[in-house]
Design a protein around this ligand. Structure first.
Ligand code: GLC
Length: 532
């Protein structure tokens, strides 16, 4: 019997995108030794765990989400020994490490697929999804790749005269999870890394593991909550996905204290919640309704309420507003020049909600999207701009690579690296990084922020307000999303209280006697004071 703690409920996760984190050997691409060199700074900042995007051996058609050998590290990132060293160092520093697991597909260069496509009699033929074309000679059905530029989700393979399914690039053929040998093979992949000491997995596109067994056409059905479409697509999120999740969870539970977080890209929060229900599926699910929310109090509130309701009183939310696939927070919410102020509010929101926060590398600095000139575009799905490398030191001191690399970076850094870098921000108490460090410290030292109840209030227009409470400790988080200065008064703020932390530096300790003054895009955490 293994022991299970729920450490992940108290943790704040930091997503490391290895290609863009830190380059130790000057080839312009980040690597595992580069990550190891900065683990202490992540621990010192106050993160509890990291999620590593893929480092496996890969032709890099989808920058590592196309895996050709699940048990090896790609040479561009280092070696398996480097990964072992990373785990040792992270654990020594008290950081847990989860890694990406990509169960839906492999690279077309994976030996399984090479064997599968070689002949219809191959022992691996049915590990992937092969079908005859439609009578008119086209693909078997109307399923499309997730990447619009790819078009159909099927590619004809002349050697064996059939079509294979790929939910993403043709270089990423989908595995067939109805085949027990696939489930077993992927279970062995998981066991291999769990034995090496990883603390769990971020599961790539789990909703794709269950497709309609009749292969019905989508006929325009969309997952988007768009009134023009009714119903759900057939190429994902079918009810038997629960069996897949159970299989993945069962393997994970062979090891103590491991966690599974799913990239559950299902925009109906009740369906999303099924991925973490029942205690036998995933532990956590990224909620893309929340991630895609616009800058609007009602929408943010509805997304939070929707998640809490769908997950129920025993469920545990996960809060994430950025990753390597979506526009940067400071850019997305900053079309009118208020991006930095909003990014600060967003960090306060993420780190004061009830649930496990995930922060994407660079968002702790308030990085905007990189500007990527056409001749440097490498991704088919317009995601290069959110994958711009980290800046560790000012270019005026560290050179154009800003401490990320001594070479030529695989993607351009932000043109604001002189200010938006770790070293400069560490030295500046008013910086975004200093705010994030303070928020992390506050969360760690305040059980009410981690485990307390959450109650959303109907605030004045433009203001998001919620209360967190545990064992008599009562906190009110007030976030002014609007562009006007305001005074928020009782009953929203306590008649007697004080500011624990504000997004504007220096407001800690200020008393709040029934009124809280906030500038545009300013927020504060207020503790109710019982002593006066
Ligand atoms: C997930 C990853 C994304 C990748 C896709 C296919 O959405 O986050 O980067 O392209 O899956 O693996």
């Amino acid at each position: 019997m293994t022991t299970m703690t729920r450490w992940w409920r108290d943790a704040v996760f930091y997503q490391v995108y290895p290609r863009s984190f830190a380059d130790s050997d000057g080839d312009g691409v980040g690597d595992l030794p580069g990550i190891i060199a900065h683990l202490a700074s992540l621990a010192e900042t106050g993160f509890d765990a990291i999620w590593l995007s893929p480092f496996y051996r890969s032709p890099m058609a989808d920058f590592g989400y196309d895996i050709s050998d699940h048990s090896d590290v790609d040479p561009v990132f280092g070696t398996v020994a480097d990964l072992d060293a990373l785990l040792v160092e992270a654990h020594r520093l008290g950081l847990r490490v989860i890694i990406d697991l990509v169960p839906n597909h492999t690279s077309a260069e994976h030996p399984w697929f090479r064997s599968s496509r070689a002949s219809r009699q191959s022992p691996h033929r049915d590990w992937y999804v092969w079908r005859d074309g439609s009578p008119d000679g086209g693909p078997p059905n109307d399923w499309q790749s997730q990447f619009p530029r790819v078009g159909p989700g099927w590619t004809f393979d002349p050697p064996t005269g059939q079509w294979y399914l790929h939910s993403y690039l043709p270089d990423q053929p989908d595995l067939d999870w109805d085949h027990p040998e696939v489930v077993e093979a992927m279970s062995e992949v998981m066991r291999g890394w769990l034995r090496r000491g990883v603390d769990g997995f971020r599961i790539d596109v789990p909703q794709r593991l269950a497709k309609d067994r009749l292969f019905r056409d989508n006929e325009g059905l969309a997952q988007e909550p768009d009134p023009r479409f009714v119903g759900r697509r057939y190429d994902e999120d079918q009810d038997h996905v629960v069996d897949r999740l159970r299989a993945i969870r069962a393997v994970t539970d062979e090891f103590p204290d491991r966690v599974l977080v799913g990239e559950v890209y299902v925009l109906d929060q009740r369906r999303m919640a099924r991925y973490v229900a029942g205690g036998d599926r995933l532990h956590l699910a990224h909620d893309f309704t929340f991630l895609r929310v616009p800058w609007d109090v009602a929408a943010i509130r509805a997304a939070i309420e929707g998640a809490l309701e769908a997950l129920g009183p025993d469920g545990w939310p996960t809060w994430c507003l950025g990753n390597h696939d979506h526009g940067r927070i400071a850019t997305r919410f900053g079309t009118d020049g208020r991006g930095e102020a909003r990014a600060r509010l967003i960090q306060m929101l993420l780190l004061t909600l009830r649930g496990t926060p995930f922060i994407y590398q660079g968002d702790e600095l308030g990085l905007p999207d990189s500007v990527v000139p056409p001749d440097r575009v490498v991704d088919i799905h317009d995601r290069d701009r959110v994958r711009g490398p980290m800046a560790w030191a000012p270019p005026s001191v560290a050179g154009a690579g800003a401490g990320f690399t001594t070479g030529y970076p695989w993607l351009p850094l932000t043109d604001q690296a002189e200010r938006l870098n770790v070293e400069t921000q560490l030295a500046d108490p008013a910086s975004m990084l200093s705010l994030v460090r303070q928020l992390l410290r506050l969360r760690r030292s305040t059980p009410a922020l981690r485990q307390g109840d959450l109650r959303l209030l109907d605030g004045p227009p433009g203001v998001l307000i919620y209360r967190r409470a545990l064992d008599g400790d009562r906190l009110t988080v007030v976030l002014n999303l609007g562009i006007d200065d305001i005074i928020v008064s009782t009953p929203w703020v306590p008649p007697c209280g004080r500011i624990l932390l504000g997004t504007t530096p220096g407001r800690e300790g200020e008393s709040v006697d029934g009124a809280l003054r906030l500038s545009a895009c300013e927020g504060a955490v207020v503790r109710t004071d019982d002593d006066r």
